[in-house]
Design a protein around this ligand. Structure first.
Ligand code: GLP
Length: 241
């Protein structure tokens, strides 16, 4: 694992954006694995800036997002489709038909999971997967537990995840209780993974995930098994390493 800790947010964001930009320069048809949450936003902003300066193009690229809430209207401001459109897709030249986010409103959720996994297999492997990490060690929405699921599936969100995500909704009751997520095997198939974490509140789980035992009780610890992981941390998230 290549673990990098940055004093300056700007430097972290630029480093993450340059990893994606250099991939797109060498492979314009790259398949990007994208994440929501606050951690990647600075990287997306930096990519938009690079695009505006003519340094990167997404015109031939495609993307797959990790997850989506179940039952939240797709045009709801907190749906992950809205998030991606607003934070990245609407500002660069990626073709919307080449962007994929699981459909959390599909009439048959299991069929949608199978369909998404099939799309990943047909288009993949993902060349570069951006990941955040939950306070409980979740990646995508793969919550800790006695077992994990390999492929795309529907998940019941843990109380701590509902609480963490309540900041985006009027109240915790408004947070969808279920989500659809790529599984850990789908995530680990990516050729390269870039894990991003910011803030002192992530320091403990970053230490556990990167230096603790590999266990389903901390899904992010499985990243220790992957041959090409870069971890980008701010000073706060990296303070226990
Ligand atoms: C959500 C997402 C995860 C993300 C996590 C952390 O639960 N499903 O993919 O990594 O939040 O978000 P943040 O980066 O805002 O801390």
């Amino acid at each position: 694992m290549n673990i990098r800790t940055f004093d300056q947010e700007k430097e972290l964001n630029t480093t993450g954006a340059e990893l994606i930009a250099s991939l797109l320069q060498s492979k314009p048809k790259a398949v990007l694995g994208l994440a929501t949450g606050s951690s990647p936003v600075g990287i997306y902003n930096e990519l938009i800036d690079m695009y505006n300066r003519g340094l990167v193009s997404f015109a031939s690229a495609s993307s797959f997002n990790l997850d989506e809430y179940v039952g939240l209207p797709v045009n709801h401001p907190e749906s992950y489709r809205s998030f991606m459109n607003e934070k990245l897709f609407n500002h660069v030249d990626i073709k919307l038909e080449n962007t994929h986010v699981p459909d959390g409103n599909a009439p048959d959720l299991d069929a949608e999971c199978a369909h998404y996994e099939q799309l990943l297999n047909d288009h993949g492997p993902v060349d570069l997967q951006i990941l955040g990490i939950g306070h409980n060690g979740h990646i995508g929405f793969n919550e800790p537990g006695v077992s994990l699921t390999g492929s795309t599936h529907v998940v019941d969100l843990k109380e701590e995840t509902l609480k963490a995500n309540a900041r985006f909704f009027p109240s915790i009751e408004d947070v969808p209780k279920q989500a659809m997520t790529m599984g850990v095997a789908s995530i680990l198939k990516a050729k390269q993974i870039v894990l991003v974490a910011r803030g002192e509140d992530k320091a403990e789980i970053i230490r556990t995930a990167l230096t603790g035992p590999i266990t389903t009780e901390c899904p992010a610890s499985l990243l220790q098994c992957h041959p090409n992981v870069t971890v980008l941390l701010d000073r706060g998230a990296g303070r226990f390493l």
